[in-house]
Design a protein around this ligand. Structure first.
Ligand code: AMP
Length: 470
């Protein structure tokens, strides 16, 4: 039960626009890669908040009719990703509650490890929870606060919870956006037809035609209501530790994250990878889609041929059933197919963004060899992942991370590559525009966490990987 508190998600919010619900729907569409399990929208109309939440893709949860019912000029929305644990609509966000201060809706992207202990304490004191989410713990803390004002109550609650959060709250008359003081997860601020918009990634602004103004700063809390926008920094400032894996894998390449275009980072990752680990080979092939930009950078740096030697099936949906036993080898083949004509008899450099358990990588290499490749040189555009993430990226238990217990040579043998090269941490920082190492969290590569973490608190084990990668 408790290991279901982690979420990778996307949030979107808008104030004050006549098409608030529909624009939120499209905003969430652009953030679908951040969560495919459930989607939800809350709007405010006539002094009341109303919600619709459901399981599945944004397009499955909403239709014309349901969007028409979500009236109002204020909306917040959420997409949630989870591959294990409680999969139920009760977990879908935004959560909408009534408390002594009125109605309140909340959704967030991140993870608050302290929520587990606080939840136990609250339960002992009689609190009843509807879900396993840390978001609900935040709501309880807000409701129990003695502070008169919602913002003060929220600051109090979040100070207790700590952790990683990019959060949107809706009260009937205002929208609040807040990013934790270390800024682990992204959150951007934009403008559309005089309305304020917030989104996990700027690709959501592009879709609806909003102008990207700036990031919500780490530790910043923004309130937007009829009087305009107010920004406060309620916590002492601290060194930002923004998640570098957003640049490596998670965010869309057409987004600007932490003040930097993701596509730029991805190309640079490939270029640095090529400098560190050149290969004597004929052709560079990306593992699509996440490895594409880095593979292009790799090929450009070395003046090598690049080709799409693996083709991705983009219609592998959320409900993809993992094949059992005798046909398990079909698992990766459902998603990827090699182009024999491009691979046969050639020495291939395969570029992917990361190795987690190593099992997918092993199957892909096997597939590329079966398609005739004479050699396969694996190149990974980040360092070995040796530690779980406690800040909102879904990683398995430490024992399941192949690099946590094996050397690069052992991993090479396991995945069956002729050679294996991982990008070093200094080059990762260079590629992501931070050679001085001042603003990123790299704890999954170092095991050094910027906050206190309870080592017993293991991020959840997952049996499936996200079917959508970007
Ligand atoms: P494996 O070879 O089984 O370790 O799988 C590695 C693949 O998983 C890479 O292609 C990554 O793009 C992908 N990956 C890395 N992190 C995640 C994540 N948090 N969720 C889903 N897929 C991921």
């Amino acid at each position: 039960m408790l290991d279901t508190l982690r979420e990778e998600c996307g949030v979107f919010g808008i104030f004050d626009h006549e098409d608030a619900a529909r624009l939120t729907y499209f905003g969430l569409y652009a953030l679908q890669h951040r969560g495919q399990e459930s989607a939800g929208i809350v709007t405010s109309h006539g002094g009341r908040l109303m919600a619709r939440r459901g399981m599945g893709y944004v397009s499955e949860v909403f239709d014309d009719e349901s969007l028409s019912q979500l009236k109002g000029r204020l909306a917040i929305g959420h997409v949630r990703y989870s591959t294990a644990g409680d999969v139920s609509v009760r977990e879908a966000q935004p959560f909408l509650v009534s408390y002594h201060g009125g109605q309140l809706a909340l959704c967030h992207n991140g993870n608050m490890p302290r929520a587990i202990g606080l939840r136990r304490r609250l339960e002992k004191a009689g609190a009843i929870f509807q879900s396993t989410s840390d978001t609900e713990v935040a709501l309880h803390l807000v409701a129990r606060s003695r502070a008169e004002d919602l913002v003060d109550a929220l600051v109090e609650a979040l100070s207790e919870l700590d952790g990683a959060y990019s959060m949107l709250l809706a009260a009937p008359d205002r929208l609040i956006a807040v990013r934790d003081p270390r800024g682990f997860r992204p959150l951007s601020l934009g403008r559309l037809d005089g309305a304020w918009v917030f989104a996990s990634e700027t690709c959501a602004f592009d879709l609806i035609g909003a102008q990207f103004l700036r990031d919500v700063e780490p530790g910043e809390l923004i309130i937007v209501d009829q009087t305009g926008l107010r920004s406060v920094f309620p916590w002492p400032s601290t060194r930002p530790t923004q998640c570098i894996f957003e640049h490596v894998y998670f965010s869309r390449p057409d987004s600007i994250i932490f003040g930097r275009p993701v596509s730029q980072s991805r190309y640079q990752l490939g270029r640095w990878l090529a400098r560190e680990h050149p290969a004597d080979a004929d052709v560079v092939v990306p593992v699509p889609d996440s490895g594409v930009a880095a593979a292009i950078g790799y090929a450009q740096e070395l003046g090598m041929e690049f080709c799409f030697g693996l083709i991705r099936n983009h219609y592998v949906g959320r409900t993809f059933i993992e094949p059992q036993s005798s046909i398990r080898h079909l698992r990766v083949k459902v998603k990827l197919n090699p182009v024999r004509d491009l691979l046969d008899g050639r020495r291939v450099v395969l570029v992917d963004d990361s190795i987690v358990r190593g099992t997918t990588c092993r199957e892909i290499i096997h597939m590329v060899r079966a398609a005739g490749a004479s050699q396969v040189h694996m190149r990974i555009s980040c360092p070995p992942i040796i530690s779980p993430c406690y800040y909102g990226i879904d990683t398995p238990h430490r024992e399941e991370l192949i690099a946590a217990g094996h050397t690069v040579e052992e991993i090479r043998r396991f995945i069956g590559a002729d050679s294996l090269g991982y990008l070093s941490r200094p080059s990762l920082l260079q590629a992501c525009g931070d050679p001085e190492d001042t603003r990123y969290c790299t704890s999954c590569f170092t095991g050094k966490y910027p906050t206190e973490v309870d080592e017993d608190y293991e991020p959840r084990a997952t049996t499936a990987r996200s079917p959508m990668k970007c």
